[in-house]
Design a protein around this ligand. Structure first.
Ligand code: NAP
Length: 310
């Protein structure tokens, strides 16, 4: 029987990905929407609040929460209290403590909590992970540069405290890196450039240190001011000399310049497939590592004021 799922927050990602993917996935049935603006879908009821939906549609099994991160904790707590399984868009929460509490809450109630990190759901990323599994990484160069106007049109929340700024896309790169690297890395330094009229960074340069303390050159460059072609590249240099390069946000893999994989993204199809497996097993999947790296960048980072952004 299909899982009856409801979407909470029907903004860009809900409309670009969640709605079309649910529509073509037989294991899920869209039961309802919760939308402050009253966004509708044919044949599906829309509610102003989740509480109203839980009262009117008690047979909803699961919710996918697609709001901005600061709103998510309260909404997820309410969903768990109502006995619903929960899928969280990335970044899962605004803080680490909120995610720890949700994890414990879901476990106590025997419900599934799933932190989606969409960039991990690429075949090229899975292949890269296998190649790195037994290697030592001597170099890491993350270049994640995109045009905020193109990807976040009119979104003011991304510039607020808790909105993550350039770490909203940057955390996608970190979700790939924390997934493919054979050992953890830690943020060593960060320079966060914050526009004078905003509360969140528009650019960030990070350096990392490896857990083993051996020499390594590990860095990331995030920038939201890139016009024209967008750059989402992660290049790793292994101790045996191999160069493993993921590009196009994890959709393309080259090793020593040779193409190993390139596929059109089907990240959300894979996310819903994985969620259905987790639901069948009644098993949570909570990956905290990318959020932890971002939190650490804010902890050790030096903030610099830069040009106002309009
Ligand atoms: P968005 O277009 O601003 O949509 C978020 C929606 O959540 C709003 O349209 C609103 O929908 C609802 N909402 C806003 N504030 C709320 C609040 N305080 N309480 C409850 N609901 C609220 O943002 P988005 O681009 O879809 O991003 C949402 C999340 O998805 C972010 O964490 C982002 O990182 C992630 N994501 C985005 C993309 C992308 O390409 N944009 C890609 C992957 C992941 P209603 O009026 O319908 O309630």
């Amino acid at each position: 029987m299909a899982t009856r799922i409801a979407l909470i927050g029907v903004g860009k990602i809900a409309q670009d990905q969640h709605l079309p993917v649910i529509a073509k996935t037989p294991r899920f049935e869209l039961a309802g929407l919760v939308s402050q603006r009253g966004i509708t879908q044919p044949g599906v009821p829309t509610f102003a609040t989740a509480a109203e939906m839980y009262e009117k549609l008690p047979d909803v099994d699961a919710v996918a929460i697609c709001t901005p991160p600061p709103a998510r904790y309260r909404i997820a707590k309410e969903a768990l209290a109502a006995g619903k399984h929960v899928m969280l868009e990335k970044p899962p929460t605004a803080t680490l403590s909120e995610l720890a509490d949700l994890t414990l809450d879901a476990e106590t109630r025997g419900l599934v909590l799933f932190t989606t990190w969409h960039s991990q759901y690429n075949r090229a990323v899975a292949i890269a992970r296998k190649h790195l599994a037994t290697s030592r990484v001597e170099g890491l160069d993350i270049v994640w540069k995109e045009d905020v106007r193109r990807w976040h049109p009119g979104q003011e929340w991304i510039w607020q405290p808790g909105g993550f700024g350039v770490f909203d896309p940057g955390i996608n790169a970190l979700s790939i890196v924390s997934y493919i690297l054979p050992a953890p890395i830690f943020v060593e330094s960060a320079i966060l450039s914050v526009p004078a009229n905003k509360a969140a960074p528009i650019a960030a340069q990070l350096t990392f240190k490896p857990a083993d303390g051996l020499p390594a050159d590990l860095k990331a460059d995030f920038d939201w001011r890139q016009d024209g072609e967008q750059t989402w590249d992660i290049t790793t240099r292994l101790a045996d000399g191999r160069i493993v390069k993921l590009s196009r946000g994890g959709a393309r893999l080259e090793i020593d310049g040779q193409l190993m994989a390139e596929e059109p993204p089907a990240e959300y199809e894979a996310i819903y497939e994985h969620f259905s497996v987790l639901l069948a097993r009644r098993q949570s999947d909570v990956d905290v590592a990318p959020l932890r790296l971002v939190a650490d960048a804010f902890l050790v980072g030096k903030q610099l004021s830069c040009e106002p952004f309009t």
